[in-house]
Design a protein around this ligand. Structure first.
Ligand code: NAD
Ligand code: IPM
Ligand code: MN
Length: 355
């Protein structure tokens, strides 16, 4: 079993270190870790945010454990050199089109959420975000206009792209509460009209799944008003980016939400994938031991489940995280005072207690 570890920038390395501590505590046999530079650190060391060597390392592995990229010192670089291009490049080069972002409350820990307990209690949803298309990957550029420099970004989805992510979402819904909400802006965007029509065409293949449609503005409002109504949400790259950050705050903190990015490639043990917290490099707290490593640790659990076929280990990690949060080991993002390292240590202790 080969894992490519790409810690990246800011709090990326801080939270990845704690995830590796948890992995170490599992003492899995026949596991090899490779570590590569990615993001701003890679640009500074090698002149490119996604060096060819890093991409090859990721390709050669069974799974990628990714931290975060982004560096204020790189914010004025031309787009192709920005750290963010590294994660976009990995997602597209590796064909990882399905981004699963589960957002579930921790039973008994409704106090983590800024929502009323009766609303927080109902949160158990999965955002299935398309990851290889949309306005992210369309042509873009700058041109002159009567109003001065004009930036433009082309937004598009074709039927094949919608179909493959919709299949992923319908299948995910079949394994959950069988409810799928497709989120779009079909009242305004042609991209969304094709999206919605294509999802509806596919629904016939999944008669056991209840499908509905919601405009993204309403979805943002409903997520806060009554998050319990959602089971699986399927949406495009941009809307999924935004709604998943919002869902994280409904649960309690962006430091809690993990993600899996999957494609079609399988490995000896499962599906090849890249696993990362949904948060970024958080430059405002980097280097201070304030980052919550739970999202990174839960990303490791998803890696073990989807790419390495180690469900029991994934479940153990998730139980240890819940136990640790229950024992009030919480970071500043959740109103506590535990450091990144203390949170990681507590989770390892709970993991060992259930060995
Ligand atoms: P961010 O997610 O890094 O941070 C948003 C806010 O949440 C900040 O106040 C931060 O301190 C807090 N936060 C984030 N993760 C946390 C954690 N684990 N524990 C506690 N608090 C946490 O988003 P941003 O500030 O908009 O972006 C910062 C940089 O990260 C940018 O360069 C952006 O492009 C990049 N980014 C990268 C990824 C990625 O690598 N996949 C994702 C999002 C943002
Ligand atoms: C995320 C991030 C990325 C995205 C950025 C850094 C390109 O916000 O992983 O959610 O927009 O996909
Ligand atoms: Mn994001």
């Amino acid at each position: 079993m080969k894992i490519a570890v790409l810690p990246g920038d800011g709090i990326g390395p801080e939270v990845t270190r704690e995830a590796l501590k948890v992995l170490d505590a599992l003492a899995l046999p026949q596991l090899t870790l490779f570590e590569g530079d990615v993001g701003g650190i890679a640009y500074k060391r090698h002149g490119h945010p996604l060096p060819a060597e890093t991409l090859e390392m990721a390709r050669a592995a069974d799974a990628v454990l990714f931290g975060a990229v982004g560096d204020p010192e790189c914010d004025t670089l031309p787009r192709e050199h920005r750290p963010e291009q590294a994660i976009l490049g990995l997602r597209s080069e590796l064909g990882l089109f399905a981004n699963l972002r589960p957002a579930a409350g921790f039973p008994g820990l409704e106090d983590l959420s800024p929502l009323k307990p009766e609303l927080a209690r109902g949160i158990d949803l999965l955002v299935v975000r398309e990851l290889n298309g949309d306005v992210y990957f369309g042509d873009k550029g700058e041109r002159d206009s009567a109003g001065g420099r004009e930036g433009w970004d082309d937004m598009s989805y074709n039927e094949a792209e919608v179909r493959r992510i919709a299949h992923s979402a319908f299948r995910a819904a079949q394994k959950r509460r069988k409810k799928l909400t497709s989120v779009d802006k079909a009242n305004v965007l042609e991209t969304s009209r094709i999206w919605r029509e294509t999802v509806i065409e596919l629904a016939g293949e999944y008669p056991d799944v209840e499908l509905d449609h919601m405009y993204v503005d309403n979805a943002a409002m409903q997520l806060v008003r009554s998050p319990g109504q959602f089971d699986v949400i399927v949406t495009g790259n941009l809307f999924g980016d935004i709604l998943s950050d919002q869902a994280s705050a409904c649960v309690g903190s962006i430091g809690l939400l993990a993600s899996a990015s999957l494609g079609e490639r399988t490995t000896e043990f499962g599906t090849f994938g890249l696993y990362e917290p949904i948060h970024g490099s958080a430059p405002d707290i980097a280097g201070q031991g304030k980052a919550n490593p739970v999202a990174a640790i839960l990303s490791l659990a998803m890696l073990l489940r989807h790419s390495l076929g180690r469900d029991a280990d994934a479940n153990r990690i998730e139980r240890a995280v819940a136990a640790s949060l229950s024992s009030e080991v919480r970071g500043a993002d959740l109103g506590g005072s535990a450091s990144t390292q203390e949170i990681g240590d507590a989770i390892v202790r709970h993991l060992q207690a259930t060995a």
